[in-house]
Every structure is written in C-alpha cells, then in structure tokens.
Design a protein around this ligand. Structure first.
Ligand code: NDP
Ligand code: 2IT
Length: 449
C-alpha cells in the first residue's frame, strides 16, 4: 500500500516538473510538501479520488505582464510583472509582492505554493497567491520607485479586489512601495478600497503591528518550540540573517525576550557585534537612510564587518534566517549544529535547502519551517483586513496579543499533528499535513473547481 502510494505521489511530482520546466524553486517547494502527504491519503482516500494534490499544484490563474517605466534621466526600462493566484478555496488570494532582480515565474510560484499552506495554518479566511517583478529597487530614487509602482498597478489593478486578490509586501516592497501602489489603485478605480492591500501606513488604513508581525511571530514560534523542551529564548546568543523588515523585528523581539543578537547581514556581508547588535542604529541605517549594513561599523568600532562572510559560521544557540530562499545549505546546517545551535526559526520563505532541513531533523533540534514560523506576517495582514472591513482600528497591545495567540495556536496544532501522524517533533511534516488537510477540506465541498 505505502509503496503504491509513494509511486502515485512520485508520478504527480514528475508531472509537476514536466509542466513547469526550469522552475527549480517551485519543484523544491512542491517536493517538500508531497514527501509528507502519504499518510494523509491513507487517512483520507477521498483526497486522492478528488485529485486534490494535482489540483493544488496547478495555480488557478497566472498573470504575466509588461511593466514599462521611465527613470529620472528619461530612459525607458521594461520589467516583467507577475501575479500567480494559486488557490482561493479558503478566501481571496492573499500574499506579498517581491521586487528583486532574481524574480522569475519559478520564484513567484514557489512563494505562492508556500503561501497557500501558510495561510491555511493561520486559521484566517485567506487563500494563497504571490506576485512581484524582476525590478531592482536598489539605488532608485523615490520618484523612480513611484513611476514603477504606478505602471505595475496600472495593469495589476484589474485582477485585484478585497474579495478577489489582496497583495502585501515581501522583499523590496515595504511601506513606501505599498503607498504608491495603493495610491494608483485608488486613482484608477475611484474607490477607497482599504481591504485591497495590506501593510498599509497607519494613517491610511494600515494596522498597528503589521510591520513588526513577521519577525515578532517567528520569535513567538521559537519561544513555543523551546517551551516544549523546557527551555527559553532568554539569555541565548542569536544570529539573524538579513537586515530588512523581517530581520529587524525578529531582532527586536529576541532582545525584548532577553536574548542577545550577535550578528546580522545583507547580501554584501555580515556584521558581528559580540556586545549585541545596536538595533536603533540598524533601524536608522535601513529604514530611514536606506544604507548598507556595512556602514554599521563606522558607528561601533568594536563590531566587525566581513564582506562576503558566511553568517552561519558565527556560533549561536538560536538561528533565524530572515533574508531569502536557500540561504542555509547542508554544510551551513551542519556548522550550526556543531556550534551548539538548538533552535532554528525561519522568518524567510524556504531559507534552508533540502540537505540542510535533513541535517536539522536528524539532529532533532527545534526546527520551525517558514510556512509555520513566519505566518505571523500574513496573519496580521488578515487582522488588517478585518479592521478595514469593520472600519475599526485596534490598539498595538490588542493586536499583538492576537498575533501571539495565533502563533501559539499554529505551534500547538502543528506539534499535535506531527504527534498524531507518528513523527513527533517534526514541524515540517506537522505543518504540511495540517495545512494540506485544511485546504483539501475546503476544496472538496466546493466541487470540481
Ligand atoms: P526586505 O526587502 O525588507 O529585506 C530583505 C533582506 O534580505 C535584506 O537585508 C536583503 O539584503 C536580504 N536579501 C534579499 N535577497 C537576498 C539574496 N538573494 N541574497 C542575500 N541576501 C538577500 O524583505 P523582508 O524582510 O520583507 O523579507 C525577508 C524574507 O522574509 C523573504 O524570504 C520573505 O519572503 C520573507 N517573509 C516576509 C514577510 C513580510 O511580511 N515581509 C512575511 C513572511 C516571510 P540586500 O538589501 O543586500 O538585498
Ligand atoms: O511571505 C509572506 O507571508 C508575506 N510576504 C506576507 C504576505 C501578506 O499578505 O501579508
């Protein structure tokens, strides 16, 4: 039975590869989920009859469009825009937009696929989608960013709506970009439709805590994993990769809970500060002045900057990858474990390669995969939608408590699912199985769609 089943799932995976050639990241994300689903089909044979796995691997809709824009010198540039609407069984498509030169269809598809399952874990009424562009925001003026965002939205707006598809930020898309995108949506549609985007500014429909939510939530998840092991975040040495939105608020919550963050990074290099990272300085450099993390050392002579350095070689007990996909390979994972790392909480999406994941699982350290650990961002986006729908705005404390409750629940339910399916402590299997069941149970009653 098990062998036949595994062959069936293997055949589905081979079809995904054939249908989506050259999209390595998408294949990787699909494989990781499919590998854990055998026992689900045994318990729920109707999911196999209904071909739920095949259906969730095929996006409901994929939109690719031209984004022409003009730089400050008047030169014309052409970028490519994407929105992959994966699945709307649980709610409107929901997921961020990524602006980064590495973006192509395979990246957006892997992110959309992960998003579908992550969103299901939150327990909020949101489906899964993702979008973005190969536009590089680095070094662009505010006016160039605005012209790009306006051009991007001039095509995308027709596919959006608070009941249809609700984007937010991701790499390269933060408060500034969302402002320009919302402004253009409002202008084209002549509708103040707050619920069409999340991550909005506080003065124009945003929610308190959304900016902090992914990082805070990832730390709450680590706190819960350590609690099961009768341990805590307090007093631990931590390493957080990246220095963007997720990294900054991961560091903030780690520090609030009494941990010491000794290193962070950007794509050029790493900062090591044994005394503990000066987060006010990082916020000023990155959020206000939009500078590189290497500038940190001109303010702290006892900190070290290593251009091209590998942050996973910095010894730590808690590692929180918060930059990008596949940033921890098998060797990095082995180095972390050897150096005494006891917990990994993924703020980024799919930051660990399959070889790295195996190292963490074999070592039985507390390993929280992205689709569970970083769900706090999108969960708080759903709280923002809830506030928009009721024309209300909640306090920071109230919203943060809701975020904490959601993360604590995601931890508990993924943990229990792993126990139930005989893979105690394996949050990869727990998260994949639980979220797949939630998606499948929403799809079946809706018929063959
Ligand atoms: P930001 O753009 O704010 O920050 C990204 C950070 O990661 C920067 O320090 C950036 O360095 C670094 N980085 C990005 N790409 C690469 C790369 N190819 N190689 C090395 N470093 C890189 O993005 P976010 O903080 O929003 O996102 C970080 C991660 O968290 C992503 O994986 C995203 O998908 C995930 N995530 C984000 C959520 C959110 O709410 N924003 C929610 C859930 C997950 P540099 O400036 O040098 O490029
Ligand atoms: O990967 C993610 O979950 C995000 N970038 C946030 C998505 C959202 O809609 O808030």
């Amino acid at each position: 039975m098990a062998v036949v089943l595994e062959e069936k799932i293997e055949a589905i995976y081979r079809q995904v590869i054939a249908r989506n050639p050259g999209e390595g990241e998408f294949h990787q994300a699909v494989k990781e989920v499919l590998e854990t689903l055998g026992p689900v089909l045994v318990k729920y044979p109707e999911f196999a009859h209904q071909k739920i796995i095949q259906r969730v691997c095929e996006p409901e809709r994929q939109i690719i469009f031209r984004v022409p824009w003009q730089d400050d010198k008047g030169e014309v540039h052409i970028n490519r825009g994407f929105r992959v609407e994966f699945n709307s069984a649980i709610g409107p498509y929901k997921g961020g937009l990524r602006f980064h030169p590495s973006v192509y269809l395979g990246i957006i598809k892997f992110l959309g696929f992960e998003q579908l399952f992550k969103n299901a874990l939150t327990g909020m009424p949101i489906g899964g989608g993702k979008g973005g562009s190969d536009f590089d925001p680095k070094g662009k003026s505010d006016n160039e960013i605005m012209r790009f965002c306006q051009s991007f939205m001039t095509e995308l707006y027709r596919h959006l709506g608070e009941y249809t598809d609700v984007p937010a930020g991701d790499i390269g898309v933060g408060g500034r970009e969302l402002g320009f995108l919302f402004g253009q949506y409002k202008r084209i549609t002549n509708r103040y439709e707050s619920g069409v985007l999340t991550g909005k500014g506080i003065g124009w429909g945003g929610s308190l805590v959304r900016k902090e939510a992914t990082g805070y939530g990832a730390v709450y998840f680590v706190r819960e994993m350590l609690k099961v092991r009768k341990n805590s975040v307090e007093g631990k040495n931590c390493v957080v990769s990246g220095s963007g939105n997720v990294a900054i608020y991961t560091m903030e919550k780690l520090q609030q809970l009494g941990a010491k963050v000794v290193a962070c990074s950007d794509s050029n290099g790493i900062i090591v500060h044994e005394k503990g990272i000066d987060l006010d300085l990082v916020k000023r450099l990155k959020e206000v002045e939009r500078r590189r993390i290497g500038d940190y050392v001109s303010y702290h002579k006892d900190a070290k900057y290593v251009q091209g350095g590998n942050i996973w070689e910095v010894p730590c007990q808690i590692a929180m990858p918060s930059a990008t996909q596949n940033e921890i390979n098998g060797k990095d994972a082995a180095t972390l474990v050897k150096n005494g790392c006891i917990a990994v909480g993924e703020g980024a999406n799919m930051p660990t390669t399959p070889e790295g994941v195996k190292v963490f699982l074999d070592a039985k350290i507390a390993y929280g995969p992205g689709k569970a650990a970083n769900a706090g961002g999108v969960a708080t986006s759903a709280l923002e939608m809830q506030q928009n729908a009721s024309r209300d705005s909640w306090t920071f404390e109230f919203t943060e408590r809701k975020l904490d409750d959601i993360m604590t629940r995601i931890h508990a339910t993924t943990y229990e699912t792993a126990e139930e399916f005989g893979v105690s402590g394996n949050y990869v299997a727990g998260a994949n199985v639980l979220s797949f069941i939630k998606v499948a149970q929403a799809m079946v009653p809706l018929g063959l769609i």
